[in-house]
Design a protein around this ligand. Structure first.
Ligand code: F6P
Length: 533
């Protein structure tokens, strides 16, 4: 095991409990413990990482071979070893730079597919491609996981740039999801994108069939209004989708990393090919930063190292992602898949048990809403939750600039409050000024103490544009990569989702009454009997 882990643990033991505020004494910390990339600022000054801690963390990354692995990933080496695949989602946003893998320039096919996407999106948006009842008014993206979360998050994030047809998302196999989305839509002017890398995912294929039946009630030829996005051309053909409207991609694009390519078709339909190109440019800018910036100034490396410090070294099991940007309200859900499906692993690449915890539990909600819900626990609960704030300097509503100012003041106040806290003496003084005395003063004051010294980071950017969204998403992708390399796990497989899928398949005949429960545990058998009754 990399020796730096022990050195970091020793260092943590020596500084644990030190007030983070004390680190600000010489006036240089705020600048020193922040880094920038193309206008984006990452501030990690409000953590208990000091100069020595940072040096040890940087050493950890160096000794883990992050630089060599980074070169290998961008070059198309098969770093997804358990599936024997390259990891090349970065090529989707750097299509103009030739990249030879297995003797072939893979960017030629990427550019061709991208050009077809652009032409199709332009046709739909201009009314040259129509439904059987006229111009397409609504698009439904049917997909789940990586074929849903990224596009759904991005379409919401880019609402101010949305000038195409309305876009809806159906993911859950719960029929309620399809029913609620379909209600009120006109089948004759609706375009359906079936988005599935494998084209076998039961939720997506079931919903695709449901929507096809819904459309067939009104429209003579539903298949003409279906598009597929998949790596499985044989299966899209078997479903009856014209190859002209199938947008393929390679197996070296992981599902949760796939919104940059054809899985992003719904985004392109919403904001147009130019807006989508800006999104790609933002991702490419972060790629360049990740490849070129020294580790001490490198945003993905720093985000990963701060995360490793909080989770593996300090032992904080969760991390809250708190965008003070309402349009990023689906970012936490998107990051849950990106980070937890990637680094939620129990063995290292060679199959050995991990000697430390894998990636953290990621969760969150936009501010200020979360402040009126779970921030109570963040400020006064017994567990420490490292917080990651995101905030834009400018909103998109110039008439509501006063609301944006309130938003930003709340964001800055929360990280300040988490670090500063409120001592018993301060709380006592406040309550005494309200007239309390004696035992009641003491009791009431104790409820108003904030322990403080709770770490947070802030990612600040000018405004949520397609370019900035591209930067943010690529930043998080590379953070996951760095964290995965340091932990020694394969961030690009997801075997942990398989067992549940297999058991669900086996339970279908049980719930239909075609199979018994002899091989089931008592709880599962009883619940199955409850359903049957
Ligand atoms: O079950 C998990 C998963 O395989 C994710 O990794 C993936 O993003 C999702 O299912 C959807 O897969 P597909 O795009 O093949 O339908």
């Amino acid at each position: 095991m990399n020796q730096s882990w022990d050195a970091l643990k020793d260092h943590h033991a020596a500084v644990e409990g030190r007030p983070i505020l004390d680190l600000f004494t010489d006036g240089t910390r705020a600048a020193d413990f922040s880094a920038t990339a193309d206008g984006m600022i990452f501030d990690y000054a409000k953590t208990n990482i000091d100069t020595r801690g940072r040096a040890l963390l940087l050493q950890l990354a160096e000794r883990a071979g992050v630089a060599d692995k980074r070169t290998a990933m961008f070059a198309g080496a098969k770093i997804n070893e358990t599936e024997g695949r390259a990891v090349l989602h970065t090529a989707l946003r750097n299509m103009d730079t030739p990249l030879t893998v297995d003797g072939q320039d893979v960017t030629i096919a990427l550019r061709a597919t991208h050009a077809r996407m652009q032409a199709f999106a332009a046709d739909v948006r201009a009314g040259r491609f129509t439904g059987q009842g006229g111009q397409i008014t609504d698009v439904i993206n049917i997909g789940i996981g990586g074929s849903d979360l990224g596009p759904a998050m991005a379409v919401l994030a880019l609402a101010p740039f949305h000038d195409g047809p309305r876009v809806h998302f159906i993911s859950n196999v719960d029929g309620a999801h399809a029913a609620d989305i379909l209600r009120g839509l006109n089948p004759a002017t609706t375009l359906v994108i079936v988005a599935s890398k494998t084209f076998t995912t039961i939720e997506t294929m079931t919903n695709a069939e449901t929507v096809r039946v819904w459309m067939a009630q009104t429209v003579a030829n539903p298949a003409a209004q279906f598009v597929a996005v998949s790596t499985a051309a044989d299966k899209t053909a078997a479903f009856g989708i014209d190859p002209e409207r199938v947008f393929g991609f390679e197996d070296w694009v992981g599902g949760r990393y796939s919104m940059w390519g054809p899985i992003g078709l719904s985004i392109m339909l919403a904001v147009g090919p130019d807006g989508f190109a800006d999104f790609l440019r933002g991702g490419a800018a972060m790629d360049a930063h990740f490849r070129e910036a020294p580790f001490a100034q490198n945003l993905p490396v720093l985000l990963a190292l701060v995360g490793l410090w909080h989770n593996q070294i300090c032992g904080h099991a969760t991390r809250a992602v708190l965008p003070y940007d309402q349009r990023l309200s689906r970012l936490p859900a998107y990051l849950q898949q990106l980070e937890m499906e990637s680094n939620g692993k129990r063995v290292s690449m060679d199959g050995a048990d991990l000697p430390y915890h894998s990636g953290p539990v990621v969760w969150g909600e936009p501010g200020t809403n979360g402040q009126h819900a779970f921030y109570q626990l963040i400020h006064q609960g017994t567990r420490v939750v490292p917080c990651e704030f995101l905030v834009a300097k400018r909103g998109h509503e110039p008439d509501l600039a006063h609301q944006h100012l309130l938003l930003v003041s709340n964001c800055l106040a929360q990280s300040e409050a988490l670090m500063r806290g409120r001592s018993l003496a301060e709380a006592t003084a406040i309550m005494a000024s309200k007239g309390l005395t004696g035992a009641e003063l003491d009791r009431q004051a104790r409820h108003r103490v904030f322990p403080g010294n709770r770490p947070s980071t802030t990612l600040a950017y000018d405004q949520l544009t397609p370019f900035v969204l591209g930067q943010i998403i690529a930043l998080y992708e590379h953070r996951v990569f760095v964290e995965g390399v340091v932990l020694g796990v394969n961030s690009y497989d997801q075997w942990g989702v398989e067992l549940g899928k297999e058991l669900a398949l086996a339970l279908q005949p049980v719930l239909e009454g075609r199979a018994g429960t002899d091989d089931k545990d008592g709880s599962t058998a009883r619940l199955a009997a409850w359903f049957r009754s």
